[in-house]
Each structure stands twice: as structure tokens, then as C-alpha cells.
Design a protein around this ligand. Structure first.
Ligand code: FRU
Length: 497
């Protein structure tokens, strides 16, 4: 219906029809990025899970393909990953064709309904035509269930240093690390996470990869671990750990070893970035790891007011690791550079001594539904800065930074249609600022029903969705002080054709 398409974003991936959750099986090959996703093609809610498929040359403009994996008598096809098996270590390649190997979780719905514990196992599928069609491996499952209820979401990765395949798997309250020479026979190497970090719910959708620390020759390992519920602002969220890998064990940095449940190592503090993982085989991935997340939250994902399609992905982001002055490491998320060539600069500005409120953007100057804004606030000390996104029906989405509390925030309580779930707009989301710089750089993406805010060059990110009664018309910035300055304002419109 028209209402649904009014809410469909312009530059975020959405399924043509019906339900989507986690990104799955992402790999890059020969100029094409592949994105698979948890998909129920029959209804706009979670159900028998398939892997949908889409491809893109630039990570932004996607073309949906036919369904890659259908559920079968062994179960639903839950989340998982894919790699390019260049040396045909699996032996599943034929006639010199390089196989793509996917690993996913079988969720045996019959077993679950019968009250069994062991209904999740890991299985393989392979493609001999660069991901377009898939064959399930004849000896599935390749890892059967050892007696753990939540045992899922395998993420595979080539470990060049130790010349082995790695796989991380979520097992209820920990991450399991497996190794393999051929992607088919797997050995449990170690486990991580019991009692470390957030444990308000089940661990899901891990990722584990090496990355160069920016501006050094040092390499660190990043373990991404989604959690539902128990996120910083409630419901689903994604935490991360940084450390070293000895070929079997993940050894977190000392200051992370006893990381409490309440901590500030989250990839995104907004409520709508979950189950995200990174592309395999992407160019320069030791420096620039490309990530995408599901832009929703299990608290209300199935109730959001879109009816023919449901859920979008975040914009893809490059993850970088930086070492801070206090010798801790943090992940910085940056919008992928492919967005730059699609961003048309509409105007730029430096503003001094603005009285109370400054209109950053409005519909007479830029399409408010395809908006990208960069700016810097040079003086933040003891001040509050509020961005207000508004329309003429009185809806407003408010976000910003309060230096007295040291918190960023998003307030979507009056952002429009919020009544579909009591958890959607019952509180203001916050994020602690971890940068100690006096200048605050900010980058904002607004796409009809979502806002993604990258503070401090991506050190703190907040992503949230909202459903206004009418399109948003203007974005202003205000501070309680009478006058304030902003620098290097740049306002862009995304051009997608
Ligand atoms: C995360 C998740 C995964 C699971 C999938 C099922 O959102 O619960 O753990 O594989 O969704 O659709």
C-alpha cells in the first residue's frame, strides 16, 4: 500500500516483500558484494526462515535475487556466513571452479516443539556459480548439537597467520571458537565470555577477525558479540571485545578480562543495530572491515508499522580499531566511502554566534528523506546541543549531546507513530561519550524512517528508526546558551541513480 512505501527508505536495503532479520553469508567476489538475510518470504513477520539474497557493486544500491536457501526436513535456515574457498580446501569445487562455502544453523522446529534441547546444529551449503544457486552438503549437519539449547550463528573466517579456517559460534552465554582445515570437519579450540561483558540475554551472531590498529603496525583481533536482550538501551544490541589470538584462544586485553555487565564497548548505542557482522573476502579487509547490521530490535521488530515489507539494514560501515591515549582500543565505525560518490553537496557553511537555534536543513533546500550532514561543534563544555527533526504535524525526533551528563541521546517519544509497542518509545536512549576532545565532529544520515549518527569520527554511534505521521521537513540545532558556533557544516542529498 501507499502507506508502506511512504515508510520504505531510499538508501537502505529492504526486502521487496515481507520479513527480514539478520544479515547472513556476506562475501565479496569479482566486484560484487553479496548480502544474504534471514527472510520469511510469505509474511511480514518471523516464520520458517530462508536465506534471501541481494547483490550490489557499491554496497548501497542493491538488487534482490532469488531465494538462496529454503528450509527443509532438517529445519529452518538460521543465521550464518560464507567464505570464498580459493584453494578448494573443501574439495567441493569442481572443474577448477572456486566454491563459495556457506555455513548456517539448522533450527529443527519439530524437535523444538517436542521439547528437545538439541534442536540447533551447524550445516554447510556450497555454490559453484558465485553465490547465485546453492547445494546443501550431503553429510549435514557437520557439527551436531552437544546438548546446548542456544547453539547457533556460525561465522567462518580464513586465518592466514595460522593457515586454518576459524569459526565462531554462539552457545548461550559464551562464544565457541572452532578450527578446520577443510571447512567440513571442525574441532572445538576454545571458548570465551562466560561472566565477561553483558549477559542480560542470549549471545547470538558472533564475528571474529584480525584488523590493523590505525596508524600502527600492530594487529589486533576483534570479537563482535550480539546479545538479546540486555543491550545498553534495552532489547537487542551488539558488544565487542578486542585482544589477541594464539591460533586457539582469544585473549582479551587486560582491562577487558573482567569487563562488567554494564560497560561501554558497544558497536552502536541506538536501539536499532543488531546481529551485524562483516563481509568476508572484501578488499583491504585487514585495514577496513565492512560491517552491516539489522536496523531493528527484537523488542518490537514484528510490530513496526510497515505491512508489506518489514525491516531494513543499517548503512554499511567500515570498522577501524584505534588505540587511545589511555592505551585502550576502541572500534570506530565510518560510513563506507562508496557513499561519498552518491552524496551531492547542496551547501556548506560556518556559523558564528547563532542566536538560540540554527536551521541546518529544510525541504526547500534539500530532500529531507535522503539527507547526509556533517558538522563540527567547537565548544561543548557544560553545554547541551539538541538536534530537532520536525514536520508540520508536530512530530519531532530529538537527539544530541549533553556535556553535563556526558551523554549523547536520542528521544523518539514524540516522533510519530509509536504506539505499536510499549518498548518502542518508552525511554530516551543514551550513550556515554568516551572521547575527551573539546571539539565534537558529527555525521548524520536521515532516510525517512531512520537516523544514524556518527559522533567523534565514529567512536560513538547511535542508530534508531522512527515512523512520523508525515514526512519530516526541517532539522534544526539548538543550545541553551544564547550563542554558539558550528564549523564545516556540509549538507548533502543522496543521489541514487
Ligand atoms: C538473531 C537470531 C539468530 C538466529 C536468527 C533466527 O536475531 O535470533 O540468533 O539465527 O535470528 O532468525
Amino acid at each position: 500500500s501507499e502507506k508502506n512505501d511512504n515508510y520504505r527508505p531510499n538508501f537502505h536495503f529492504t526486502p521487496k516483500k515481507n520479513w527480514m532479520n539478520d544479515p547472513n553469508g556476506m562475501f565479496y567476489l569479482n566486484g560484487t558484494y553479496h548480502l544474504f538475510f534471514q527472510h520469511y518470504p510469505e509474511e511480514p513477520k518471523w516464520g520458517p526462515m530462508h536465506w534471501g539474497h541481494a547483490t550490489s557493486k557499491d554496497l548501497i544500491r542493491w538488487e534482490e535475487k532469488s531465494i538462496a536457501l529454503y528450509p527443509d526436513e532438517k529445519g529452518y535456515i538460521f543465521s550464518g556466513s560464507a567464505v570464498v574457498d580459493k584453494n578448494n580446501t573443501s574439495g567441493l569445487g569442481k572443474n577448477g571452479i572456486i566454491p563459495i562455502i556457506a555455513m548456517f544453523t539448522y533450527h529443527d522446529i519439530v524437535g523444538e516443539r517436542n521439547g528437545e534441547e538439541e534442536y540447533q546444529s551447524q550445516a554447510i551449503a556450497f555454490s559453484l556459480d558465485e553465490g547465485m544457486t546453492w547445494t546443501k552438503y550431503s553429510r549435514n549437519p557437520v557439527i551436531s548439537n552437544p546438548g546446548i539449547r542456544d547453539f547457533r550463528d556460525p561465522k567462518i573466517q580464513w586465518d592466514g597467520e595460522n593457515q586454518q579456517w576459524l569459526m565462531v559460534l554462539s552457545a548461550n552465554d559464551k562464544t565457541l571458537i572452532y578450527t578446520s582445515g577443510n571447512l567440513l570437519d571442525w574441532e572445538l579450540a576454545s571458548e570465551f565470555g562466560k561472566g565477561v561483558g553483558g549477559h542480560g540475554g542470549v549471545w547470538e551472531c558472533p564475528d571474529f577477525f584480525p584488523i590493523k590498529v590505525s596508524n600502527t603496525n600492530e594487529t589486533k583481533w576483534v570479537l563482535i558479540q550480539s546479545l538479546n536482550p540486555g543491550a545498553y538501551n534495552g532489547g537487542s544490541g551488539t558488544q565487542y571485545f578486542i585482544g589477541d589470538f594464539d591460533g586457539k584462544n582469544f585473549i582479551p586485553e587486560n582491562y577487558l578480562k573482567d569487563l562488567p555487565a554494564e560497560h561501554d564497548y558497544w558497536l552502536d548505542f541506538g536501539k536499532d543495530n543488531y546481529a551485524g557482522v562483516t563481509w568476508s573476502n572484501a578488499p583491504h579487509d585487514i585495514d577496513e572491515r565492512v560491517f552491516i547490521g539489522w536496523m531493528s530490535n527484537w523488542q518490537y521488530a514484528q510490530e513496526v508499522p510497515t505491512y508489506t515489507w518489514r525491516s531494513a539494514m543499517t548503512i554499511p560501515r567500515v570498522l577501524e580499531v584505534k588505540k587511545k591515549n589511555d592505551n585502550t582500543y576502541r572500534i570506530f565505525s565510518k560510513p563506507v566511502k562508496q557513499l561519498d560518490s552518491l552524496s551531492q553537496l547542496k551547501y556548506s557553511n560556518d556559523m558564528e554566534n547563532t542566536e538560540g537555534e540554527f536551521l541546518l536543513a529544510d525541504k526547500s533546500r534539500v530532500n529531507m528523506d535522503k539527507l547526509r550532514i556533517k558538522l563540527q561543534i567547537p565548544e561543548i563544555e557544560n553545554r547541551e546541543y539538541r538536534f530537532e527533526l520536525k514536520n508540520s504535524t508536530g512530530d519531532q525526533l530529538v537527539f544530541g549531546y549533553n556535556d553535563n551528563s556526558g551523554n549523547f541521546f536520542i528521544d523518539r517519544r514524540n516522533s510519530g507513530n509509536t504506539g505499536f509497542s510499549e518498548n518502542f518509545a518508552n525511554r530516551i536512549s543514551t550513550a556515554p561519550r568516551t572521547s575527551d576532545k573539546n571539539i565534537l565532529p558529527i555525521e548524520i544520515f536521515i532516510d525517512k524512517t531512520s537516523v544514524e549518527i556518527f559522533y567523534d569520527s565514529g567512536e560513538t554511534v547511535m542508530t534508531e528508526i522512527f515512523f512520523p505521521h508525515a514526512p519530516m521537513e526541517k532539522l534544526s540545532l539548538q543550545s541553551q546558551e544564547n550563542d554558539f558556533s558550528i564549523k564545516k557544516l556540509k549538507v548533502y542529498e543522496l543521489q541514487l541513480n
